[in-house]
Design a protein around this ligand. Structure first.
Ligand code: PMP
Length: 434
């Protein structure tokens, strides 16, 4: 592809005319013009292996997804107020992937919208305002979603915790406040404390929202029993349990299709987004018949674009590809291989403090042997890896976590290449000095 605008012109225009908070990855930004499978390709034709993009789930510009969108776009795209088969076909296919208890779907266009609706459902049904959420969690850019996103309100430019939000400590069994075998119960006990505290002010909790693995928080894998206990406490109060599967869903875990299944719980509401449309804006709220019934107050929930035939055709095709290409099993195989390789690398380079995750949702921390986080080393590593043709992203409250959540077509050879390049960079002077 050719671009008629120079990189400087694009940067200058962005600075002047696009939102000031729009960020760019890397100090020398990439000019990406094409995607293919696990690769992104820049204007010079240079290919980058993408380990960061969990939106393009079945691979960048998967031909079947492209064709599904093009074909339906050429025939009809409209709202859900007419009879159309495509929404039925997609809903039916998605419901087959969910526990039978979750049998009603609402279609929206972004993870933020999905969580906004889920929170509104919880509040409307219970007639309460109080929401519990996890520290450093991120649930989206709408007002209600921001209010439960400590990643944002406790971060740069944030104005602190809103009145009706109650934050549970990050359930980090590696560097958090509880690291023993029973840390799941200990982390969950904070929910109990909030419930007791709410009693004093004569309030009750409307619900709990939590990512099934805390992604923006640094690929945190909450310990065993965590969600089980929290769900128990919340439900004893008549509250509603929301699982945010925007990052973790659609087979990425390998062992299970949804991350909440790893914890043997069934949420009342599940929100999904990012990978659902493989890059096309498509998000979903699944809930039980009871929730759907209670939310049916007479007021219509209408969403102009939600559930349109083009989005549904794309969503259905994504599900078909996951099955046809065996991508869940692939995530388990390649993910386990890569995780073991990373653990082996940790022996060689003690700067790697922790390797964690499931399937193709992995992360590793960089820190000293005293667990002091090394954010500059994480930034250096990501920059150097880019120079070597591999895109990686950093995150976590201390910016020292490398997140690995590639398109699911990421192959064993891709994993080997990643390890090979990591070895090169880990051996460099900067990485061995800290
Ligand atoms: N929930 C989680 C866990 C997310 O990571 C994100 C996006 N980073 C959202 C919700 C919001 O989704 P969107 O950007 O599509 O609105």
């Amino acid at each position: 592809s050719k671009s008629s605008l120079s990189e400087t012109a694009i940067i200058d225009f962005r600075k002047e005319h696009l939102g000031r908070s729009l960020s760019l990855s890397y100090s020398k930004p990439l000019h990406i013009v094409r995607g293919e499978g696990a690769y992104l390709i820049d204007i010079e034709g240079k290919k980058y292996l993408d380990t960061a993009n969990n939106v393009n789930h079945v691979g960048h510009q998967h031909p079947r997804v492209v064709a599904a969108g093009q074909q339906q776009m050429a025939v009809l795209n409209t709202n859900t107020r007419y009879l159309h088969e495509e929404i039925i076909n997609y809903a039916d296919a998605l419901l087959k992937k969910l526990p039978k208890e979750l049998s009603v779907l609402h279609f929206v266009n972004s993870g933020s919208e999905a969580n906004e609706l889920a929170l509104r459902m919880a509040r409307s049904i219970t007639g309460r305002k109080e929401i519990m959420a996890i520290e450093v969690g991120y649930h989206g850019n709408t007002n209600a979603a921001m209010d439960v996103s400590s990643y944002k309100f406790d971060g740069k430019g944030g104005s602190g915790k809103p009145e009706h939000t109650h934050i549970l400590p990050l359930p980090d069994p590696y560097r958090g406040r509880h690291t023993d075998a029973d840390s799941g119960s200990k982390y969950a006990s904070y929910a109990k404390r909030h419930i007791e505290h709410l009693k004093i002010i004569d309030e009750k909790v409307a619900g709990f929202i939590g990512e099934s693995m805390v992604s923006c928080g640094g690929q945190i894998v909450p310990p065993k029993n965590y969600f089980k206990k929290i769900y128990q406490y919340i439900r004893e109060e008549g509250g509603i349990c929301i699982a945010d599967e925007v990052q973790t869903g659609f087979g990425r875990m390998g062992k299970t299709f949804w991350a909440f299944e790893l914890y043997d719980v069934i949420p009342d509401i599940v929100t999904m987004g990012k990978p659902a449309g493989n890059g096309h804006p498509l998000a979903v709220v699944a809930c039980t018949q009871e929730i759907a019934e209670a939310f049916d107050t007479g007021m219509e929930f209408f969403n102009t674009f939600g559930g349109n035939p083009v989005s549904c055709a794309i969503g259905r095709t994504v599900l078909e590809i996951i099955d046809d290409e065996g991508l869940q099993q692939h995530a388990l195989d390649v993910g386990s291989f890569l995780k073991n390789e990373l653990i082996a690398l940790q022996e060689e380079f003690p700067i790697i403090g922790d390797v964690r995750g499931e399937g193709l949702f992995l992360g590793f921390e960089l820190n000293t042997t005293e667990k002091k986080p090394l954010p500059q080393h994480a930034a250096y590593l990501a920059d150097r890896m880019k120079e070597l043709g591999i895109l990686m992203s950093t995150d976590g409250p201390d910016y020292n976590v490398l997140k690995i959540k590639p398109p699911m077509v990421f192959s064993k050879d891709n994993a080997k290449e990643l390890i090979f390049r990591l070895k090169t960079v880990f051996a460099e002077d900067f990485m061995t000095t800290y």
